[in-house]
Ligand binder design. Structure first.
Ligand SMILES: C[S@@+](CC[C@H](N)C(=O)[O-])C[C@H]1O[C@@H](n2cnc3c(N)ncnc32)[C@H](O)[C@@H]1O
Length: 371
């Protein structure tokens, strides 16, 4: 159906003034190309699509001239446009989440009579997510020996290994020649003395020649990459073998697999919307996929790690070391924690999840991609 909307109706729906729409029309940014039955100029479905794009870019603070270049880019198809908008919005949300965390911290510090230094007050504006949450990471995040065994096994006989999104160095094999890549200065600073050399770069643009390494690995990092497919192709370009530890959210019912997302934090689903599926990722580099079970006493405190130890999620340091909790925002976090606390004390959690007590390891969608 080709629906046409008048200028007034579009202004009302989009929450902008008719004057703004006229201005976009005059400068050729979005021109209503249809006519109503009464002969008035109207917006076609295509015009609305273009306007939506313009409005998202405006909300991201981009200037009109730059927006015109972006929306007139003929080389980019509508899906690629949407993906670009999606990535930019996620980045903006991450930046907002980082600011909320920083302000929360400052409020708590002020309540204790501690004044945040001028340097710390400004630092958060220049920071990416891990610049803000990264310092909480080492409290609970470390190599789990069983997951490490799967990753190291998949590296085969590789002697030189590139670890991308390396963070503080978990899972770096001690018996190989490792080079790390990590874009966050906060994370790089937390690498232990004697850890492998670490380069400041991102997966999407690796500063290495083709085939420089026997293998490239990426652990619990792919969901942070702006363009995961471009990043994986980079890994493929610089190494003969690629091993990625990631998460499968391709099955529409995935969030029901884990009680935390099913019963307490459904907002997690919004974090993966629009991202490439694990099948698309695997296809991009011709990888095979292997499930990785999470041991009940997993030593690496990632989001799913405490599936049989639910009380752990009530601990603030456990949550601060997992970006999901910051990305869903403080309201969802508090609601989930309050509700979990109540269900743990009433016995409702135990009732609903009685089958977990007998399990030593759980399949919660973690995957190893090996190419
Ligand atoms: C959850 S941590 C994982 C760190 C480490 N691999 C581990 O298993 O402990 C995710 C890391 O990915 C990094 N990261 C974010 N975006 C990236 C990108 N585009 N390329 C490479 N690393 C990135 C973050 O700075 C962060 O250190």
């Amino acid at each position: 159906m080709d629906e046409q909307l008048t200028v007034g109706r579009v202004a009302e729906l989009a929450g902008v003034s008719v004057r703004t729409l006229h201005h976009y029309d005059e400068i050729g940014l979005v021109q209503p190309s249809a006519r109503t039955a009464a002969g008035y100029r109207a917006y076609s479905a295509g015009d609305v699509e273009r306007l939506r794009e313009v409005l998202v870019y405006r909300r991201l603070g981009i200037g009109l001239r730059e927006i015109a270049d972006l929306v007139n880019d003929q080389a980019t198809d509508p899906v690629a446009h949407l993906r670009r908008l999606h990535t930019l919005l996620l980045e903006q949300r991450d930046r907002a989440a980082a600011l909320v965390t920083a302000i929360d911290t400052e409020l708590k510090e002020r309540a204790m009579g501690i004044r945040t230094t001028p340097e710390a007050q400004l630092k958060v504006f220049g920071a990416q997510l891990y610049e803000t949450i990264g310092s909480a990471y080492p409290a609970t995040r470390r190599t789990d020996p069983r997951i490490a065994a799967s990753i190291w096994g998949a590296l085969g006989d590789a002697r030189t290994v590139l670890n991308v999104g390396a963070g503080a160095g978990s899972y770096e094999p001690p018996d190989r020649d490792v080079t790390a890549v990590e874009p966050s200065a906060v994370m790089r600073a937390q690498r232990p003395a004697g850890a492998a050399r670490c380069v400041d770069a991102s997966a999407e643009s690796l500063p290495f020649e083709d085939q420089s390494f026997d293998a490239a690995m990426a652990v619990s990092t792919l969901h942070h990459w702006q363009d995961p497919i471009a990043g994986l192709r980079e890994l493929r370009r610089v190494a003969r073998r690629v091993v990625v530890f990631t998460f499968d959210a391709s099955d529409p019912g995935w969030r029901h697999r884990f009680w935390l997302t099913r019963d307490y934090l459904p907002e997690v689903a919004g974090l993966t919307a629009g991202r490439p599926s694990v099948d698309q990722l695997a296809r991009a580099i011709g990888a095979r996929m292997e499930p990785v079970l999470i041991p009940w006493d997993c030593a690496d405190g990632f989001f799913e790690a405490y599936w049989r130890r639910p009380e752990a999620y009530l601990d603030e340091p456990v949550r601060r070391a997992v970006s999901v909790w910051t990305r869903v925002g403080p309201e969802a976090e508090q609601r989930a924690v309050t509700s979990l606390r109540a269900d743990l004390s009433s016995g409702r959690w135990a009732e609903r999840n009685s089958e977990l007590v007998a399990l030593d390891a759980a399949e919660l969608g973690l995957r190893l991609l090996v190419a």
